[in-house]
Design a protein around this ligand. Structure first.
Ligand SMILES: *[C@@H]1O[C@H](CO)[C@@H](O)[C@H](O)[C@H]1NC(C)=O
Ligand SMILES: *[C@@H]1O[C@H](CO)[C@@H](O)[C@H](O)[C@H]1NC(C)=O
Ligand SMILES: *[C@@H]1O[C@H](CO)[C@@H](O)[C@H](O)[C@H]1NC(C)=O
Ligand SMILES: *[C@@H]1O[C@H](CO)[C@@H](O)[C@H](O)[C@H]1NC(C)=O
Ligand SMILES: *[C@@H]1O[C@H](CO)[C@@H](O)[C@H](O)[C@H]1NC(C)=O
Ligand SMILES: *[C@@H]1O[C@H](CO)[C@@H](O)[C@H](O)[C@H]1NC(C)=O
Ligand SMILES: *[C@@H]1O[C@H](CO)[C@@H](O)[C@H](O)[C@H]1NC(C)=O
Length: 819
């Protein structure tokens, strides 16, 4: 054999090893080699999850662009050099990870392998299986029995009653560190059929439970049952109890994880935007995970990021904090006076900083003292007391040591927490900086004076310009506001009109007494140029049923949009709040609101220059002017916010009930997604209630199901908001119900276009009876966060006849913008 041929053979065998799906005694794995499962779904090899040079053996999805490990072999023992580390079959038949100095870094540790010949095979289900080569159907060990943070279809989460070994999920330590984190999901160790999420391995901190299994569902997570995507199964045998599931759709890539945020999540891969989107999550509230923000961190449900440090404290490790490992929490900036040395005896006593509307931490101690000042004094007297709270009805509570689980801006159940801080933290900050400036200017020579004067002149000039309220006009008649002007107009953002995931809205008044609504955008990661382009596009869109954009502000990271102010607020406040029959909008008004909204959307979809898909149609985004003319708000935001929009939208509470199934299935989003949301909203306009709130009351599952039934019975009027006492035009109600039913068809092509909706509501076009839903099972937002999409199936002949003209607005997703 010539040396060349030998080299060739060596090379080709090296290449071959990349395509293998198994490790045998003669074929170890090391360095950059990887196994690929037979169908190509999964790969196994060394991976590096973060910046430090730490590697792990893991299994990840082979067909998606973002490396997403589903299993890690030795999560608590990182490897520094994959080239000198081998994953191999050892002499005793086990699969082991070893290097020159450590023969067993990790092992499958199966005792008594009788056969000397074993084989580790990576299956297409993501399971790594250790087999006896001579008896291939005997499984000695499999990775799916040892889950890390991901629960794969076919895997078990449970408890072996004989050995007491549990198969549980443990979160990663941080978003880039797969070592064991602080949160676990496991089956009750006491043997009941319920799951717990626990913090720090302690049942004292079990903050979420599924409730017990009744044979069909878990009592507290009724949505976690078989549906058209998943099939869940609970198995109880004399030796083990476990829960397992399968995914019915072979196309969809879906995973179930214990996230680093302390939530169990179901995520689905969205090929359009090349990212995971959240499909379901528990606990329902982001701040519901125990100690999410660590000691002295405070959680806010309504803003992102959710965690920050309380006043007077800073992140203990900003690096870990940014990687979502908040276990280190926050550290006090200034030592308390009481813990300082006696030499410092002259220092001022510690003070208390009031934190209003705060969700109070647990572990408080109730003291029997008479007044607020006694309570304060009691806390001051003990140096380990970190906070107190006093309420005339419940009395005095004090906290010793670390404060965890603080929550900000809670709407109910909160109180005022008085946080102990060093006195210097509370006094108004000294004006040392300004003084320094003056000193510098004074000691500078004539040149310094000139510069100083120039600065003063510029400041005065800018201020005067600000006073005049003059802002530069830009393309599309939009005004470019300065931040300071908007600060003044909104009285330093003091009057909040509303808040969403993309920012809060504040009321303001311009110097010419025009009322405005200012939206402070959060989490926008767009370049300046792109921002201006998008905003000027939005500015050119004008229609009587669309909220008018007056201008914007873009200063550094501050991005604000300035809209016309809508005195009657948003539609949800008129529909869902408990109001007397006299105060709720009558049927005529509701019909006009439905029609106006449809016209606004038609304009967006079909008539303006660049077609705009709204993506977030819900009553909160329909604003009303003084005479109840509806105006669609927040259009164009989807494009402006880019990928974050779809991410936030699909994770945000309160939006889900309006999202079309294609958001979850990953098909491109078209204008028909707005049609779906509009249909959901139309049902709510008719009934005066959230679709998602009606399940229990109706005992029928879901309002649209009832609507379809009533329509068949020719009794649509009975669907009307009870507060209207049946006072509504029967024909209009019927028409609206039919349109709504058509709008929420699963099949996009069966839904009408917004233009057709307008025609139907105007009575210009007749509409057929919608198909009777067979298993419409939308649980929407309550009681869990999952959405079960309907199997509104149909008689396809009917489906086609209603909407003969199929969608004309086939523009693709404006959401997955390329950035
Ligand atoms: C072998 O692995 C162990 C454990 O990961 C590590 O401490 C050691 O430095 C490694 N030795 C070599 C030579 O890479
Ligand atoms: C392993 O083999 C030994 C001796 O054959 C036996 O006593 C022991 O019970 C076996 N252990 C297991 C776990 O099978
Ligand atoms: C293993 O496979 C063989 C042949 O396919 C079959 O006869 C045997 O019953 C199988 N054993 C088990 C334990 O399934
Ligand atoms: C398990 O059972 C014991 C005894 O009944 C009880 O004290 C404990 O609280 C239970 N643990 C959980 C997590 O329910
Ligand atoms: C978790 O509990 C252990 C004791 O079981 C304790 O030492 C450790 O500090 C706890 N971790 C945190 C983050 O509090
Ligand atoms: C107080 O000061 C003394 C001497 O300066 C020092 O030894 C001691 O550790 C200090 N105590 C505290 C609590 O800081
Ligand atoms: C302060 O309170 C803690 C917790 O209740 C207690 O253990 C400690 O003895 C108290 N210290 C003083 C000086 O009272």
């Amino acid at each position: 054999m010539t040396p060349l041929l030998l080299l060739f053979l060596l090379l080709s065998s090296a290449n071959l090893s990349y395509a293998l799906d198994s490790i045998s005694a003669s074929q170890p794995l090391s360095g950059e080699q990887k196994l690929t499962s037979e169908g190509g779904n999964f790969a196994l090899g060394f991976f590096k999850p973060g910046k430090p040079n730490y590697y792990y053996i893991g299994i990840w999805y082979n067909k998606i662009s973002k490396q997403t490990p589903v299993w890690v072999a030795s999560r608590d023992t990182p490897i520094t050099d994959p080239a000198t580390t081998q994953l191999k079959i050892s002499a005793d038949g086990n699969l082991v990870l070893s290097n020159h100095s450590t023969p067993t870094i990790w092992s499958t540790r199966v005792a008594n392998i009788s056969s000397a010949k074993t084989l580790a095979v990576l299956l297409d289900s993501g399971n790594l299986v250790l087999r006896d080569a001579s008896r291939p159907n005997v499984t000695l060990w499999q990775s799916i029995d040892h889950p890390t943070h991901t629960w794969l279809p076919g895997g078990k989460l449970g408890l072996n009653k004989v050995t007491g070994v549990s198969q549980h999920l443990t979160s990663w330590k941080s978003s880039e560190d797969p070592s064991s984190g602080i949160y676990h999901l496991e089956l009750d160790a006491n043997g009941t059929s319920q799951y717990y999420i626990i913090w720090n391995n302690s049942y004292n901190y079990n903050y979420w439970t599924s409730g017990t299994w009744n044979g069909h569902i878990f009592s507290l997570v009724p949505e976690m049952t078989a549906n058209y995507i998943y099939d869940f199964q609970y198995v109880s045998t004399p030796t083990e109890n476990y829960f397992t599931y399968s995914v019915k759709s072979s196309i969809m890539i879906s995973r179930f994880i214990m996230d680093v945020s302390g939530h169990i999540q179901q995520q689905t891969w969205l090929p359009e935007s090349q990212e995971w989107i959240l499909f379901w999550s528990q606990p329902k509230d982001q701040c519901g995970a125990y100690s999410l923000c660590g000691p002295y961190g405070i959680c806010n449900q309504n803003v992102q990021p959710y965690c920050k440090c309380v006043k007077g404290f800073s992140e203990t490790s900003p690096t870990n904090w940014d990687l979502l490992d908040r276990t280190g929490g926050c550290t006090r900036d200034t030592q308390l006076q009481c813990s300082r040395n006696s030499s410092d005896g002259g220092a001022e006593k510690d003070k208390f900083y009031p934190m209003l509307d705060t969700g109070l931490p647990d572990n408080s101690k109730n003291l029997r003292v008479g007044s607020s000042s006694d309570c304060e004094q009691a806390c001051l007297n003990n140096c380990s007391c970190t906070a107190y709270s006093y309420d005339t009805t419940t009395g005095c509570y004090v906290w010793y040591g670390e404060l965890r689980n603080l929550q900000e801006q809670v709407s109910s159940g909160g109180g005022t927490l008085f946080l102990r801080l060093a006195a210097s933290e509370i006094q108004s900050p000294p004006k040392s900086k300004k003084k320094e400036n003056v000193v510098v200017a004074a000691i500078g020579g004539a040149a310094g004076c000139l510069i100083f004067l120039a600065i003063v002149w510029v400041l005065i000039w800018r201020r005067r310009r600000g006073m005049a309220g003059k802002s530069k006009a830009v393309e599309g008649g939009l005004l470019a506001f300065r931040y300071s002007d908007l600060q003044r107009a909104t009285k330093n953002f003091s009057e909040k009109l509303g808040g969403g995931a993309f920012g809060s809205v504040f009321k303001g008044t311009l110097p010419n007494s025009t009322a405005i609504a200012v939206k402070k955008l959060e989490g926008l990661r767009q370049g300046e140029k792109q921002f201006r382009t998008e905003v000027s596009t939005i500015g050119t869109v004008q229609h009587v049923n669309l909220v008018r954009l007056h201008g914007f502000c873009s200063e550094g990271s501050q991005k604000l949009l300035v809209y016309e102010y809508m005195p009657k607020g948003s539609l949800d406040t008129h529909l869902f709040h408990d109001m007397s029959a006299a105060a709720v909008p009558d049927w005529k008004t509701r019909y006009q609101i439905a029609l106006g909204t449809a016209r606004g959307l038609t304009y967006l979809h079909e008539q303006c220059r660049d077609c705009i898909i709204h993506c977030d149609i819900k009553p909160e985004n329909i604003l009303l002017d003084s005479s109840f003319v509806p105006k669609v708000a927040d259009f164009g935001l989807a494009k402006l916010m880019g990928r974050d929009f779809s991410r936030v939208l699909t994770t945000m509470r309160g939006t889900r009930g309006y999202l079309a199934p294609e958001w979850i299935s990953g098909v491109a989003i078209t204008a028909k997604a707005d049609v779906y949301s509009y249909g959901m909203m139309l049902f709510e306009i008719i009934s005066g209630k959230r679709n998602s709130d009606q399940g229990e009351e109706l005992k029928i599952g879901f309002f649209p199901t009832l609507a379809a039934t009533k329509l068949m019975e020719g009794d649509a009027v009975s669907l009307l908001d009870k507060r209207l006492n049946g006072d509504g035009d029967a024909e209009e109600v019927t028409r609206a119900c039919k349109v709504a039913c058509w709008c929420i068809q699963d099949n996009e092509d069966a839904r009408p276009s917004m233009g057709q909706v307008v025609q139907i509501l105007e009575g210009v076009v007749e509409v057929n009876m919608p198909p009777m839903p067979r298993a419409l099972q939308v649980l929407a937002d309550t009681p869990g966060n999952i959405v079960f999409y309907s199997e509104l199936t149909s008689n396809s002949s009917q489906a086609q006849s209603a909407t003969s003209a199929s969608s004309q607005t086939k523009s693709t997703s404006s959401v997955s913008s390329k950035d």
